[in-house]
Write a protein that binds this ligand. Structure first.
Ligand code: SF4
Length: 381
């Protein structure tokens, strides 16, 4: 079983903080890409699919018939169990929502709406062109189409954001009746217009304490409204966790299709070229899509898995982990575990290791401790 990810990299416009593989939508370029993608799907290993995620980019920037062709090809190639979760990312400002019912008729069960904020000033800061009304119309269209789950993505630590404005956005999302909410801290990525802005005006961006205050407000508001905080950045109403992303956090297998898409199969992690031209040209020439590959073994594989599992509310279940990675986590990482428990960042028992509520705020530091500990033990006899 593998999760299937398909990258649809076109957007109506480009946001200044984004470093995904994405291009402004042009009809001829998108047509060429979809043709190449359909070829790649048709010759991909015929795996047993578990879930499907059409991400981007902005999948609903494509003409409806193109997105439906991709969906059909995926469903033909990978035998999905009945009722399998099929998610599609949509943006509220990518034209009309007329295609949503057709997506659902083709098996889509879940819409993930890229909202970022309900605050008009924050939306402008983020370079987004939609309004709070557009978001409501998009969510309503997804609901009318018959989607089983609707999720919203928000960003916190936007320059100028306050605890009150973040709470306002979350409350607006809750009022729309969404089932899932992802709340990501803004990351300033190298090479983006935001990186240039931060270099010019660092004081416009929140420091770690400011970010932590916003994150705490998000957790309190969402848990207070009955959402389960099941992963560091993700909250769900009961029964609405994202099964596709759950596979990533469990270090499960996934196949990525399309430009820049990542795969993890048989212990090999690989990432396809991020060049649209190289991707299309390789497929048109009947050659393999260029990709970077790495094999994770031993402590590196275990460290990576710990990093992913600790993101979840369940954390690392000791016995299954030991069996899968051939280690004894409690003894291999004893000093690191001792330090983190003493600092109040994790709890550790014979059964489970998990972040404490305080540890969620310092998850990167916790993971770094495990990775460093793994590196120190590498090469042991
Ligand atoms: S819509 Fe999403 S993928 Fe496209 S540029 Fe904006 S953040 Fe990036």
């Amino acid at each position: 079983m593998a999760a299937i990810y398909v990258h649809l990299p076109f957007c109506p416009y480009l946001c200044p903080y984004c470093d995904f593989a994405k291009w402004p939508y042009r009809r001829s370029q998108a047509r060429r890409y979809v043709d190449a993608l359909l070829v790649e799907i048709g010759v991909a290993p015929a795996l047993q699919g578990e879930t499907v995620f059409l991400g981007g980019g902005t999948p609903n920037a494509l003409p409806v018939e193109d997105l439906l062709a991709v969906l059909r090809a995926v469903r033909e190639r990978f035998s999905l169990p009945p009722g399998a979760e099929i998610s599609v990312e949509v943006n509220p400002d990518a034209g009309s929502f007329d295609g949503f019912a057709a997506y659902v008729a083709q098996g889509v069960t879940r819409f993930s709406v890229g909202v970022q904020s309900f605050d008009e000033a924050e939306l402008r800061t983020l370079g987004r062109r939609h309004s709070a009304d557009d978001i409501a119309a998009c969510v309503a269209a997804a609901r009318r189409a018959g989607a089983r789950s609707i999720g919203i993505d928000l960003i916190f630590a936007v320059p100028g954001q306050t605890v009150e404005s973040l709470r306002h956005s979350i409350e607006k999302a809750i009022a729309l009746g969404v089932d899932h909410l992802s709340c990501y801290g803004l990351t300033v990525e190298q090479g983006t217009p935001y990186a240039a802005w931060q270099a010019r005006e660092p004081s416009a961006f929140l420091d770690a304490d400011g970010e932590a205050e916003l994150y705490a407000a998000a957790i309190e508001t969402l848990e207070g409204a009955g959402f389960e905080h099941y992963e560091i950045s993700n909250f769900a109403r009961p029964g609405h966790r994202c099964a596709h992303n759950w596979t990533y956090w469990q270090n499960g297998e996934y196949l990525g299709l399309g430009v820049g898409a990542a795969s993890y199969l048989g212990g090999e992690r690989s990432v396809a070229t991020k060049s649209l031209e190289a991707y299309c040209a390789a497929i048109e020439a009947g050659t393999e899509v260029p990709r970077e590959r790495e094999h994770l073994r031993g402590d590196a594989a275990a460290g990576e898995a710990i990093m992913l599992l600790l993101r979840t509310a369940e954390g690392v279940e000791v016995e299954p982990f030991n069996q899968r990675y051939g280690v004894d986590i409690l003894s291999s990482y004893r000093p690191a575990i001792g330090r983190l428990v003493a600092a109040g960042l994790i709890i550790a028992s014979e059964r489970r290791i998990a972040l404490t509520p305080r540890g969620r705020f310092l998850a990167n530091d916790v993971c770094a401790e495990f990775i460093t500990a793994g590196a120190r033990t590498e090469g042991r006899p």
